[in-house]
Ligand binder design. Structure first.
Ligand code: GTP
Length: 396
């Protein structure tokens, strides 16, 4: 049985109308950087009932409304999906290229409608433009590090399948020995195309909503794992990761070292320059430390002005070298404005995994003792166990 094209279009108008209302209630409330993407997606869906209604009333209302406005509206609707995915990927929500591609449908559709209607050529033109928009949406949905989430794959494959059908339709209509005489002709190709067009907003929206909820969950996990001020890991997450690393080190023996960093005379910094400068110093210490670390190393805040750095597969001698590099990097930071300079240095205690029984608490306790030994010895230095490392004077 063939799908009646007018029925399919009017049905899609109804489905997308209900979908836009549901989306307006859910996506519209999205907050943060993803809001722009959600709003664009709602626009894309809300434009479709208008577009499909105009297209579905073909021959019952003037061509200007049905053919010209209807086709422009559907192209603009799909353009908003591409823009939404582009914005979802962290880009500007003001990207206009898809809009221009959508609007480029106007001139050729008008040319193939007046003074004389050329339905096959109009079909080729609209199919090609929607095909381009679907390919952009596919590309944007796939533009994420691997492994790509199922939600991205659902969204991308919805648009890719649509693009393939449009390509088939454009080629078919360009060479069809029995050309279309009306845009409403219910041929198998037309039925397939417009039947699929009803599914696109539903399945793609399902994929997009899943993408949004996965993103929100990842953000929550990130919030639960990090210290909001410095962006470094929090104590709970550090303990969890170090415990896993120690368990692995027991299975496949390898060294592991921790560095406990404490900012020297931090109370004075707060008292003399204010808490905002204190906060800025903590962020600068973390940023400067990160520059000295390998990608797999962990840095977390134990509390206050105390940080722990975890160096997997690193023995004590190498850890001391890293600690010395860190100390020198922080001492070399030039923080301040105008005439005032913030005097900044850190003391570091180093502890390495000694036995099978080493756990997070024991490592931190040993590193803490070493760090306090560094403080007692005059600060701005690295101490491992009981051995104090020579201080390297930094010349500015
Ligand atoms: N600006 C700021 N200050 C903090 C934060 N957390 C803790 N502090 C302050 O850090 C200071 C820590 O001071 P102390 O523990 O006395 O240590 P210190 O002045 O660094 O002295 P030494 O460790 O002996 O070199 C306290 O004044 C806390 O109020 C924070 O998130 N931001």
């Amino acid at each position: 049985m063939l799908i009646d094209v007018r029925t399919a279009m009017l049905l899609t108008a109804g489905i997308t109308f209900l979908l836009s209302i549901a989306l307006a209630f859910t996506l519209w409330r999205q907050r943060g950087p993803q809001r722009r993407a959600a709003v664009l997606w709602v626009y894309g869906t809300a434009l479709q009932p208008v577009a499909w209604l105009l297209l579905g009333l073909r021959d019952l209302i003037p061509d200007l409304l049905s053919v010209l406005l209807g086709n422009t509206a559907i192209c603009l609707a799909y353009a908003q999906y591409s823009r939404a995915l582009h914005a979802f990927n962290g880009n500007s929500g003001n990207w206009q290229l898809p809009n221009w591609i959508a609007l480029s449908v106007i001139a050729p559709v008008a040319a193939y409608t007046w003074p004389q209607s050329n339905v096959p050529m109009r079909t080729v033109v609209t199919s090609t433009i929607v095909l381009l928009l679907f390919l952009i949406a596919t590309y944007e949905a796939l533009r994420a590090p691997r492994p790509r989430s199922a939600s991205r794959l659902i969204t991308a494959s919805t648009f890719l399948l649509g693009a393939l059908l449009l390509l088939a339709r454009a080629v078919f209509e360009a060479v069809n020995p029995a050309p279309l005489t009306s845009g409403m002709a219910s041929t198998p190709m037309q039925g397939l195309m417009f039947g699929y067009a009803a599914l696109v907003p539903v399945i793609a929206t399902f994929g997009f909503v899943l993408m949004c909820s996965e993103h929100a969950r990842a953000e929550l996990e990130q919030l639960a794992a990090t210290d909001p001020l410095t962006g470094s890991l929090n104590r709970r997450m550090l303990e969890q990761l170090v415990t896993t690393q120690l368990a692995e080190a027991r299975r496949r023996p390898r060294p592991l070292s921790v560095l406990l960093l404490d900012v020297d005379k931090f109370k004075n910094i707060n008292d003399n320059f204010g808490h905002d400068v204190g906060d800025m110093v903590l962020k600068a210490v973390v940023a400067a430390s990160r520059l000295q670390l390998r990608p797999g190393d962990l840095i977390g805040r134990l509390g206050g002005e105390e940080f722990l750095i975890v160096l997997d597969d690193t023995g004590e001698a190498e850890a001391v070298q890293v600690a010395e590099r860190l100390r020198a990097a922080v001492a070399g930071l030039d923080l301040g404005e105008g005439d005032y300079r913030v005097p900044l240095s850190i003391s570091i205690g180093v502890a390495s995994r000694k036995s099978e029984r080493s756990d997070f608490g024991e490592l931190v306790r040993r590193a803490d003792r070493a760090m306090y030994a560094a403080k007692s010895a005059g600060r701005n230095r690295v101490v491992t166990g009981e051995i104090e490392m020579p201080v390297v004077t930094v010349v500015h």
